[in-house]
Design a protein around this ligand. Sequence first.
Ligand code: DQA
Length: 143
Amino acid sequence: KSILVLNGPNLNLLGKRQPEIYGHATLDDVADLCRAAAGDVTIRMEQSNHEGQLIDWIHEARTAHAGIVINAGAYTHTSVAIFDALNAFDGPVIEVHISNVHKRESFRHHSYISPRADGVIVGFGINGYAAAVRQICDLINAS
Ligand code: DQA
């Protein structure tokens, strides 16, 4: 079994961009954390700054992956198209945000993804990814 860990715009700059909000760890560190949390489950890690690319990977997941962990970055707050793509995927979906979006600007309080997500983790830093991966693994191993 495998799961897709998807990261949206600007997350390629993780560790360099606004470290006071997002911390100093990089996306490679996130990948290491996810792989350590996944046990026997294979992790496919992808990041794109382009909405359509993220949607294409979600479509691929329909046949290739048992679950999705997604941090859609700012597309969380804007993208009906990513919401629709996730609704075309049958497995579990967990939404992750590194920062506590509810403590920040009001435009970050609404998520188009949350109504499709089986769980949402916000404000736990990059540890949120590990928790999300463990939870997705539990869900797919139980199914
Ligand atoms: C984020 C929160 C979003 O509001 C922001 O646009 C990001 C990162 C987070 O992980 O905290 O790019 O998804």
